[in-house]
Design a binder for this molecule. Structure first.
Ligand SMILES: [Zn+2]
Length: 250
């Protein structure tokens, strides 16, 4: 098992999912977060939807020049329309839909990456809802790492039976954050507490933080606090695909 002071910062970014302020400004929140990342001289990986890449192609052509930022796939349409997602869930117990559907969605996402001159080395499925079909199809599209699993405080990097590395998220997710700071205090305290525990044990840390939730939480204040805490403890920041360069990967 790898035991190094490495922190991997990831965040999912979607195209406009609804007319709600936070749902339609994810890209702007990511750009704001990237400025912080550049200032702090750290690294990060953003999992983006193919549709976002299609809509913002010109801007991604500039963003891809930032060497400390990496982009990975996050489905093409984030399971939209919602009615179809519910139908697939009801009929197949798979929100990502049948194999042919996933195949088309992954291909469309990869095509957007190629059009922008980006490599799709890593992937996180929207809502973490991958299944064996997803893993097999991603492997065939040359994706090396997937990060859908979640286990607090337990770093795990294993090669699944389809040949893709499974990178486990080790910190709490942030979907519970609401646009109301009072309600989020508990989340912040718990996050910092768990982060301190992992740091003390010198564990590898994998974070999944949405840029729009970090903006919503407290205008990136907690986000900056997390970075400072890790830097103070001599953690090194890795992009997701940097782990392919570690000598002791499975
Ligand atoms: Zn998502």
């Amino acid at each position: 098992m790898i035991n190094k002071k490495i922190a991997i910062l990831t965040g999912d970014v979607h195209h406009k999912l609804s007319n709600n302020y936070w749902d339609k400004n994810e890209f702007e929140c990511m750009k704001e977060e990237i400025e912080i990342i550049k200032k702090e001289k750290i690294k990060a990986t953003f999992f983006i939807t193919g549709k976002l890449l299609n809509e913002k192609q010109k801007e991604f052509l500039q963003l891809k020049e930032i060497k400390d930022i990496e982009f990975g796939g996050h489905t093409y349409s984030a399971f939209q329309p919602n009615l179809l997602r519910l139908f697939f869930k009801f009929i197949l117990n798979s929100e990502y839909g049948p194999r042919f559907w996933q195949k088309n969605d992954i291909q469309k996402t990869k095509t957007e990456f190629e059009r922008s001159g980006l490599k799709m080395n890593c992937w996180r499925t929207h809502s973490y809802k991958s299944n064996n079909n997803t893993l097999d199809l991603l492997f065939k599209q040359n994706v090396k790492i997937i990060s859908d699993k979640h286990s607090i405080g337990i770093f795990d990097l294993t090669k699944n039976k389809f040949g893709i590395l499974d990178l486990c998220i080790t910190m709490p997710k942030d979907e519970v954050i609401e646009p109301n700071l009072e309600k989020n205090i508990e989340w912040i305290n718990n996050y910092i507490k768990l982060l301190n525990e992992s740091v003390k044990k010198k564990e590898m840390i994998v974070m999944a933080l949405h840029p729009n939730r970090m903006k919503m939480l407290d205008n990136f204040e907690t986000f900056k606090k997390i970075i400072k805490l890790l830097k103070k403890n001599n953690y090194q920041f890795f992009k997701v695909s940097d782990i392919l360069n570690l000598r002791d990967i499975p």
